[in-house]
Design a protein around this ligand. Structure first.
Ligand SMILES: Cc1cc2nc3c(=O)[nH]c(=O)nc-3n(C[C@H](O)[C@H](O)[C@H](O)COP(=O)(O)OP(=O)(O)OC[C@H]3O[C@@H](n4cnc5c(N)ncnc54)[C@H](O)[C@@H]3O)c2cc1C
Length: 422
């Protein structure tokens, strides 16, 4: 019987092993003591495993640009993934545009995958680090580090196929330390440089120097002055900069651009649902009703929280009037300028959160080195799946969908290369 090795028991590796086991004997190697360590942390422990509206528009990277991604998530689409998890015995529900296990516990998703591996007799080797992959004699041989005993062995099993699912470089404490890039480069494959994505931005601006900002907003990212993308949602103060899902979704582009020495800034609209004239009218009405001795922050009463109003007093005071706070008397023009600033706040982005705090990695094994079934060009039997590939999606279940879909594609192809599917 054909033998397949899968390296890494995350979301993509477990799914690849399950798919490959239909036609092959599968061994799954994981350096952690248990599978799915990152999966257990997803969605704040609730695991948003699928989006209700998957679309290639929500991804970046060469896997999308070179046309590999679209057929993958179209064939292994929402219905396919939901049906598959149902067949594994998972109850799920839909919330906020995404799918979660009914238990609201990521453990349920991990548990059904592990149960399925067991049912399909996949040989699971935990606490086992794959150090090297040698190709010889028409197959693959692995060098393993047994982490419990600290012994190294060259595993004397010849595998017909190897699927590398070692993840990216984000959240390295969960085990993803970029080993897949090293293996790919050893085989002479192209790897797009990895950057942290789905992370906060750093600006150093006083507006974000504490944790007071928490408001619905729209954000546009500019790279070297050119518009690069936009997002909306809850804006928060992070560590020295803006945070929140809307920032996360733009952060991969910013970290890539900054590392290339390019300049980034964001424009924040604190009231995207209103135009400037409407904001001016609101401010004017409030200003006219304010009496002597009223706090200036009352200008924003009913519009922003008190904490945010204090921040605006400080920020607008400095940037519009060169003073610490807004002046005691405001002219009509001042009110118009304040309305304009509320819709157009500019912040330089000087950095982003690093791999330790990023949720996914942008970059990875490049589409130029891959066939549509995720096998490596020119190296028969070598496959890749999951986050080690050059594809990263927005927040909201897109990345796990990709991990599962790519795991299925690589797993079926590695288990039976003659199979005709996606
Ligand atoms: C905090 C957090 C929250 C997230 N929330 C969501 C969410 O709600 N929805 C969503 O869609 N996405 C979410 N993501 C992203 C998503 O979790 C990942 O994109 C996805 O899990 C990647 O799966 P993977 O199997 O490709 O990689 P990983 O999960 O990183 O798995 C790779 C595995 O390979 C193992 N490994 C690495 N090298 C070796 C080696 N040499 N030998 C043996 N084993 C090795 C690692 O130990 C690891 O277990 C989140 C990420 C984080 C960090």
């Amino acid at each position: 019987m054909r033998r397949v090795a899968v390296i890494g028991a995350g979301a993509s590796g477990m799914m690849a092993a399950i798919a490959a086991s239909e036609n092959a004997r599968v061994s799954l190697f994981e350096k952690n003591e248990y599978p799915g360590r990152k999966l257990l942390q997803t969605g704040n422990g609730k695991c948003n495993f699928l989006n209700d509206a998957p679309s290639e528009e929500r991804f970046r990277g060469s896997i999308r640009e070179k046309g590999i991604l679209s057929p993958l998530i179209t064939f292994y689409d929402k219905e396919y993934i939901l049906k598959l998890f149902s067949s594994f015995g998972l109850l799920y529900h839909k919330k906020n545009g995404g799918y979660y296990p009914r238990s609201d516990s990521a453990g349920s998703v991990n548990d059904v995958l592990i149960a399925e591996l067991k049912a399909r007799k996949v040989d699971l080797h935990v606490s086992t680090l794959v150090k090297n992959i040698d190709r010889s004699d028409g197959g693959f041989f692995l060098t393993l580090n047994h982490l419990k005993t600290n012994k190294r062995s060259r595993y004397e099993v010849k595998y017909d196929a190897v699927i590398i699912t070692t993840g990216g470089k984000s959240a390295p404490k969960t085990g993803s330390t970029g080993d897949g890039y090293y293996f790919a480069e050893q085989f002479g494959l192209k790897v797009a440089p990895p950057y942290p994505a789905l992370t906060r931005m750093i600006s150093g601006d006083i507006f974000f120097n504490d944790n007071t900002v928490r408001t619905y907003a729209a954000v546009k990212l500019f790279i070297d002055g050119e518009y690069s993308g936009s997002s909306s949602g809850e804006l928060q103060s992070g560590d020295q900069g803006p945070s929140g899902i809307l920032i996360f979704d733009l952060s991969g582009r910013a970290s890539r651009a900054l590392s290339e020495g390019r300049k980034c800034h964001i424009m924040v609209d604190l009231l995207p649902e209103l135009d400037e004239d409407s904001i001016y009218s609101l401010l004017k009405k409030r200003w006219e009703s304010m009496g002597e001795g009223d706090e200036k922050t009352e200008l924003f009463l009913g519009i922003f929280s008190e904490r945010l109003a204090l921040k605006l007093d400080e920020k607008l005071g400095r940037e519009l009037f060169g003073a610490r706070n807004l002046p005691d008397v405001l002219s009509d023009k001042d009110l118009r300028d304040i309305a304009s600033m509320i819709k157009n706040m500019r912040f330089h982005v000087t950095g982003t959160g690093d791999f330790n705090v990023s949720q996914v990695t942008s970059g990875g094994v490049h589409a130029d080195s891959l066939n549509p079934d995720l096998s490596a060009k020119g190296i028969e039997g070598l496959y890749f799946a999951g986050e080690c590939l050059d594809a990263d999606g927005d927040c909201g279940g897109f990345n796990l969908h990709f991990a599962f879909a790519s795991g299925l594609a690589a797993g079926y192809a590695a288990g039976d290369p003659d199979r005709v599917s996606n």
